[in-house]
Design a protein around this ligand. Sequence first.
Ligand SMILES: Cc1cc2nc3c(=O)[nH]c(=O)nc-3n(C[C@H](O)[C@H](O)[C@H](O)COP(=O)(O)OP(=O)(O)OC[C@H]3O[C@@H](n4cnc5c(N)ncnc54)[C@H](O)[C@@H]3O)c2cc1C
Length: 387
Amino acid sequence: MLDYVGLEADLTEEERMVRDTARDFVEDKFKPIVGDHWIEGTFPTELIGEMGELGFYGPNLDGYGLPDLSETAYGVLMQELEAGDSGLRSMASVQGSLVMYPIHTYGSEAQKDTWLEAMGTGEKIGCFGLTEPNHGSNPSAMETHAEADDEGYVLNGTKTWITNAPIADVALVWARDRSDPDEPVRGFLVETDRDGVRTPKIEEKLSLRASITGQIELSNVYVPEANVLPDVQGMKGPLSCLTQARFGISWGAIGAARDCFETAREYATDREQFGKPIGGYQLQQEKLAEMATQITTAQLLSYRLTELKERGEMRPEQVSMAKRNNVRMARDQSRVAREMLGGNGITADYSPMRHMANLETVYTYEGTHDIHSLILGHDLTGIPAFE
Ligand SMILES: Cc1cc2nc3c(=O)[nH]c(=O)nc-3n(C[C@H](O)[C@H](O)[C@H](O)COP(=O)(O)OP(=O)(O)OC[C@H]3O[C@@H](n4cnc5c(N)ncnc54)[C@H](O)[C@@H]3O)c2cc1C
């Protein structure tokens, strides 16, 4: 596997074990079936429990039977999972960074006891409801709201484009609390079997097909006060979760690009035209050289970001830079790999076109490429250009 400047030599034994476990799982269990799932528009739900047993959910969290691994281990895991498919990494990202992380960081002891261990093993599945039909890049304009009622709240609204919603046991729904004059955004843990909750699947996506995406429709849904995350209010809640998940995406995208590179490299050395392997022609070598260089520079950025995260010094704007750069890199390089495979490159027998289609989602979710440009622009000039 491409590791051109030997970054993996510095991994600890534990981090290497995480890498190898995930790599073997992807090679043996996931890759043989992903093409069919992608074409059918399904996720191999039978693997969810095994992924939990292998420690793929919330591995950088502690307590509640969770692994408490380093941020590097978490990043390397995301890289290996996305080398399989962005849908596989999305499953683990949402579960770990977008649902378990906020419960771990902002939840009550009772919420932690109820959900963290069960989600860590994959026995329970979570989803993260922020985006709405009319509010994507600007979630602070959300319409979903909660009104205090009796000993709890009544929720109304619709969330859309929600990964795992149709198979989730619990949805972390971000809603405005209209009982408070300031109408702060708060996080509500909504069990999906409550009256008034519907989670229909979004059908016929042309990207991230091996991932289950849906809506969360809330019609007068009652939740007790005990289901509200007690320790966070305002947009800091959802945005801090997104920082965690974007960190993982910056690593994951490298995995998708690496898989495209390895597929193209192998193809180029096997496939002969005009009497020799196409990898023997300068035009194809230039493509491989550029791909390897782009992947390596993305890896360097993510390794440095991880060092900063370990030290508690990572800023959200730095995560924006890594998400923006690494996903664009993967999106561009997947197309080059597809091109190198000629006609075979447009089939599901090879990964590059599947990755290429998936990366359109990764480029868009968790802050679009444009929105990360604006975040960086704001940070670099001090002048916000969002409105
Ligand atoms: C498969 C999939 C899974 C997803 N999973 C989840 C999930 O689990 N949970 C969740 O909450 N959300 C999820 N999302 C939603 C995702 O985060 C949003 O799609 C994303 O934030 C963009 O919002 P939007 O689609 O409404 O696009 P819009 O915000 O309408 O943007 C449309 C275009 O306008 C551009 N734009 C927007 N504002 C500006 C501006 N100020 N200046 C310049 N350009 C601008 C954008 O960059 C984009 O190109 C998922 C999306 C997909 C596709």
